[in-house]
Design a protein around this ligand. Structure first.
Ligand SMILES: Cc1cc2nc3c(=O)[nH]c(=O)nc-3n(C[C@H](O)[C@H](O)[C@H](O)COP(=O)(O)O)c2cc1C
Length: 302
């Protein structure tokens, strides 16, 4: 038996495979395709204090090595989220991480406070990093703001808090350290890279918002470098995100220092990728005589 468990703060995950916010809906959408109970942790689509319609179309562009989106955090708002989405999430036998955002410090704390007394929620991921909404990345481009908002959420909950970071900064570790100082239990990295695509016939940008967030296989090397930087500089765990499609991808991130990882864009074209990756990680450990997967974390040879 291979031990696939990993520890993030006070949470023990049965395996390091998580879903990335916004790419796995509210889990129910995938329940016919994947045994949700087998996933290490499920991160839900960002919820905000008030409902949001999201950005105007066109909001998605498929590119040869990834995808560009400017969805803009459409969601039903925290009130309807509690009524419509929480009951199903509570029925899943794994850790449920609720991804929250606000337009200011109070917005983040408000979402968390509303959820705090509900059973079946293991922690919160703070979306400090959406490139597709006004001021969406403010919280993870300024270390003072990142620390202040993390502190304010920290005061509103006893549960673990993960700060989700943008790669669109000069020094991601400066922001990561600020979140750690603010009381974050882990950082998740990365959110999407800012990108653009142009229609050469019309000469118009393909996305209605002109630029959007680039994700998928193409961003993996960028994400890996950011995760490595964070793992070297921070004492709290790093949760890797960015272009993870196979167990080999996931292993690279764990060897570079990630404690767990999230599968994002891959869910759109391979909806059971999470469990294929889990199975292949187990196989890798068996083949290489590694009884405990967590021993690989940060084992990079420089
Ligand atoms: C269509 C789409 C919607 C997304 N929505 C969210 C979201 O609501 N909240 C969030 O924190 N990240 C969101 N993300 C970012 C992903 O969680 C992830 O950080 C990013 O896509 C990089 O990982 P990947 O290359 O594996 O997709 C979204 C990404 C995509 C492609």
């Amino acid at each position: 038996m291979i031990d696939l468990t990993v520890q993030i703060g006070s949470l023990t995950l049965k395996n390091p495979v998580m879903t990335a916010s916004g790419t796995f809906g509210y889990a129910e959408e995938f329940s016919d395709l994947v045994d949700l109970n087998e996933i290490g942790a499920i991160v839900t689509k960002t919820v905000t204090p008030k409902p949001r319609p999201g950005n105007p179309p066109r909001r998605i562009v498929e590119l040869p090595c990834g995808m560009l989106n400017s969805i803009g955090l459409p969601n039903v708002g925290i009130d309807d989220f509690i009524v419509e989405k929480i009951p199903f999430l509570q029925s899943i036998d794994t850790h449920i991480i609720i991804n929250v955002a606000g337009t200011d410090e109070q917005g983040f704390a408000e979402c968390v406070s509303r959820l705090e007394d509900m059973p079946g929620i293991s922690g919160y991921e703070l979306n400090f990093s959406c490139p597709n909404v006004k001021h969406g990345t403010t919280f993870s481009t300024d270390p003072f703001i990142a620390e202040r908002v993390t502190k304010s959420v920290r005061r509103s909950t006893k549960r673990p808090v993960f700060a989700k970071l943008t790669p669109n900064v000069t020094s991601i570790s400066e922001i990561g350290i600020a979140c750690e100082n603010g009381g974050a239990d882990a950082v998740s990295a990365i959110n999407t890279l800012i990108g653009m695509s142009v229609n050469t016939k019309t000469r118009k940008p393909k996305l209605a918002t002109i630029t959007g967030g680039y994700s998928g296989p193409a961003i993996k090397p960028v994400a890996l470098a950011k995760v490595f930087e964070l793992a070297c500089k921070l004492s709290i765990p790093v949760i890797a995100i960015g272009g993870i499609a196979t167990a080999q991808d996931a292993l690279e991130f764990m060897i570079a220092g990630a404690t767990a990882f999230q599968v994002g864009t891959t869910n759109f074209y391979e909806p059971d990728a999470t469990l294929t990756i889990k199975k292949d990680l187990e196989f890798y450990c068996q083949e290489n005589n590694i009884p405990r997967l967590a021993d690989l974390i940060g084992s990079i040879q420089l």
